[in-house]
Design a protein around this ligand. Sequence first.
Ligand SMILES: [Zn+2]
Length: 151
Amino acid sequence: MSKATSLNMMDPYSDERTKMYFYENRLKTFEGWPFNEDCDCTPENMAKAGFIHTPSENSPDIAMCFFCLKELEGWEPEDDPEKEHKSHSPSCQFINLKKKVEELTVEEFLKLQKERNKFIISKSCKEAGTKFEEAAKLRRVDIIKTAMGEE
Ligand SMILES: [Zn+2]
């Protein structure tokens, strides 16, 4: 799974990304979520706290806030999704929202969308930066190898 394409980073205004503002759509992503009964981090509570389920092959319990893009894994049954979200991402405006998304004015929604785009841009910059550093590291190893071989 490629993160960049699944998140549709290049087009933050696409419907695919805006639809996650709504609880029902987030809830739908929690198919196969490992915590369902007798626990606090049920799909319902996860979706309520802004999370969407973004599993990978090795980690079936990765969840990401659709808004601040904070990814959390290693969930325990007694974890409270809302508390976890607030403590790991205190600057997320979505989890700190006082109103329901449906009750926001257009102006408030657009303002929120602007904040969300900042998270999207900062995350894609970080990812690009990491990729660059990894490539630079490999290149450095090559240069050293070549240099050592020539000695
Ligand atoms: Zn968040």
